[in-house]
Ligand binder design. Structure first.
Ligand code: NAP
Ligand code: F7E
Length: 349
């Protein structure tokens, strides 16, 4: 019998890579999609269009804030595995829409767990937890499954609820429920308002003459950045174990936003020379002295997570998981993909 998976957030970065992975393992993959005024399925369009997935890839209208849709879908498809990836996932935006973030990123998880429990569906459950849970404890590094939580945003606080309710349903009802505490993971499919993709896209646009300069917020923030394709393998592995547990996935390397900018411009042969400090810091092309990067306080957050560095040793030991792509390869992959994408746009226009 083919296994059946349900993915919430299937149209997102991780949902698209996870769909590809599960289809390659011969799963039937079901996903929940919201109605959009525009299409909204760009990242999974190749799967929708592929005739070989006609009887393997299914989309259902729903919304994780709507328990009726969740319950109906769970009852109808009787999944073996549920991957809960849907969320208002932007930390900065969570300060602008805190109540909605609480609903979509926090309360939605209990709706999904209850839909599973009340319909008596015997399924394994993956919760997309996050390094943002660690938030404001810079002295504790690297951060592992044992590090205390201290979220610093409405997003982090909402994810904290989801983390604990997942643990609670595992302990209270014996559900096979796991938290993947994932550090930042990126790809050419990353949303354009996250810093890595904003940078890779800007580098490509500047090279093509479409954009003058790139404006950023906190250049000093440090993140443990990995490749999304590696991380969805870890999600899958968590649900293949005999016992449910919580795992950190990370690279155990940390870099500043400024490092990412340097590496991205390096990829197109531009060395950045930095001058000034704080909001007056600017980055110039070291050959031409052209201004390429400046700081705009509008991209600062009311509270910042300054430093993240993950310890993935538990996942490496128990899941036999290991990231394959390193920081330099990730930056290169993203810049090259954006250059190619823009090349295609220029060729057809
Ligand atoms: P993403 O690209 O922003 O995708 C989010 C997905 O959630 C999209 O499919 C979105 O649908 C869907 N969604 C949002 N609100 C919804 C709602 N009310 N009902 C149904 N679907 C909804 O995020 P991602 O990077 O793939 O991340 C996947 C999950 O992992 C998220 O929960 C995120 O918080 C978490 N996470 C991400 C990272 C990371 O570095 N990427 C690290 C740790 C944890 P639309 O396409 O309709 O907007
Ligand atoms: O910011 C700084 C910003 O928005 C990274 C989500 O997937 O990972 C992601 O959250 C850093 C922050 O990701 C800009 O202040 C500077 O310090 O790319 P980001 P994030 O906030 O780390 C975690 C693990 C998740 O769970 C989330 O879902 O970069 N930064 N200048 C900027 N950030 C943005 N977005 N834009 C800037 O212009």
């Amino acid at each position: 019998m083919k296994k059946i998976a349900l993915i919430t957030g299937i149209t997102g970065q991780d949902g698209s890579y996870l769909s590809e992975l599960l289809l390659s393992k011969d799963y039937k993959v079901h996903g929940i999609v919201r109605r959009h005024s525009f299409k909204g399925t760009e990242r999974i369009q190749h799967l929708i269009d592929d005739a070989k997935y006609k009887d393997k890839f299914f989309l259902h209208y729903g919304d994780v804030t709507d328990s009726c849709s969740l319950s109906n879908i769970i009852r109808e498809i009787q999944p073996d595995e549920v991957y809960n990836l849907a969320a208002q996932s932007h930390v900065g935006v969570s300060f602008k829409v805190p109540e909605y973030t609480a609903e979509a990123t926090g309360v939605s998880t209990i709706k999904l767990l209850e839909a599973i429990r009340q319909n008596k569906v015997d399924t394994k459950f993956y919760q997309a937890s996050t390094s943002e849970l660690f938030g404001g404890i810079p002295s504790t590094a690297p951060q592992s499954e044992k590090t205390p939580f201290y979220p610093k945003s409405p997003y982090g606080a909402a994810k904290l609820y989801s983390y604990w309710i997942t643990v609670n349903y595992r302990e209270s009802y014996g559900m096979f429920a796991c938290n993947g505490i994932l550090f930042n993971h990126e790809s050419p499919r990353r949303g354009e308002d996250f810093v890595t993709r904003k940078i890779s896209l800007a580098v490509a646009n500047i090279i093509k003459g479409n954009q003058e300069k790139l404006s950023l917020g906190n250049l000093n923030a440090k993140r443990d950045w990995g490749f999304a394709g590696d991380y969805v393998e870890g999600m899958y592995l968590m649900l293949q174990q005999d016992n449910p547990d919580d795992y950190v996935l990370a690279t155990n390397e940390t870099h500043t936003v400024r490092d990412f900018v340097n590496a991205a411009f390096d990829e197109v042969g531009i060395k950045i020379k930095w001058r000034g400090e704080g909001i007056n810091e600017k980055g110039y092309d070291s050959k031409t002295d052209k201004l390429l990067i400046d700081v705009n306080p509008k991209f600062f957050r009311p509270a910042e997570v300054e430093f993240l560095l993950g310890d993935p040793s538990k996942a490496e030991k128990i899941l036999n998981w290991k990231r394959k792509v390193n920081f330099e390869e990730l930056v290169k992959m993203m810049v090259r993909a954006d250059l190619n994408q823009l090349k295609k746009i220029f060729e057809v226009t």
